[in-house]
Design a protein around this ligand. Structure first.
Ligand SMILES: Nc1nc2c(ncn2[C@@H]2O[C@H](COP(=O)(O)OP(=O)(O)OP(=O)(O)O)[C@@H](O)[C@H]2O)c(=O)[nH]1
Length: 184
């Protein structure tokens, strides 16, 4: 197998949408018993995906809102973003739109590997965001889209596979660096 590739992934979204639950479910195979608002936690996991190992660092960030200022450390050296909203909360989707804008503005490009994640898909009767609405937003952003339930461990692995795919795609399409001078 080729040597592991390093990946640094940031999990972002509104408060209590399930960022920690998804991350802990994926890294440690269990769902946290109690709700503890996160300040910031970093997890490490070797992920085997399509014949390649990825030494992955997953940063579980504090809940954000539309007015939060994007910390510099969430825009420098990050390979991809997992943008989480709750299918049962419209305001959490509005926060994701604002967050997405902030990330794109801060990096100055639209070509940023992202996965839009609708968590809490088990809350069937409380759903206010349809799959179609989120899928069309993901199409607009040209990024992947996954619905999952962190609590029930449904589709959680898919979230991480998709972000690795998105990062891989972005690295394939990067134009080769040209050598020489640029006239300003
Ligand atoms: N029904 C349901 N509840 C969930 C799911 N994922 C998380 N929760 C619950 O939502 C609450 C918040 O979960 P967390 O994982 O702590 O959310 P968070 O986004 O990390 O929260 P902050 O750190 O405050 O931003 C907890 O009570 C979880 O049990 C899910 O898929 N379904």
């Amino acid at each position: 197998m080729p040597p592991p590739k390093q990946r640094k992934i940031c999990v972002m979204g509104f408060r209590a949408v399930g960022k920690s639950t998804i991350t802990i479910q994926f890294v440690e195979n269990h769902s946290p018993d109690t709700y503890n608002p996160t300040i910031e936690n970093t997890y490490k996991k070797i992920i085997k995906h399509q014949g390649q190992e990825y030494a992955t660092e997953i940063i579980d960030t504090a809940g954000q809102d539309e007015y939060s200022i994007l910390n510099n450390k969430y825009s420098i050296g990050i390979h991809g973003y997992i943008l989480v909203y709750s299918v049962a909360s419209r305001s959490s989707l509005e926060t994701i739109k604002a967050l997405n804008d902030k990330i794109l503005n801060s990096l100055g490009t639209e070509k940023i590997p992202r996965v839009l994640v609708g968590n809490k898909s088990d809350l069937v009767n409380e759903r206010v965001i349809s799959k179609e609405e989120a899928q069309s937003l993901a199409n607009e952003w040209d990024c992947a889209f996954v619905e999952c339930s962190g609590k029930n461990n449904e589709n959680v692995e898919e979230v991480f596979k998709q972000i690795l795919n998105e990062v891989g795609k972005s690295q394939q399409t990067e134009p080769p660096q040209k050598e020489g001078c640029i006239l300003m």
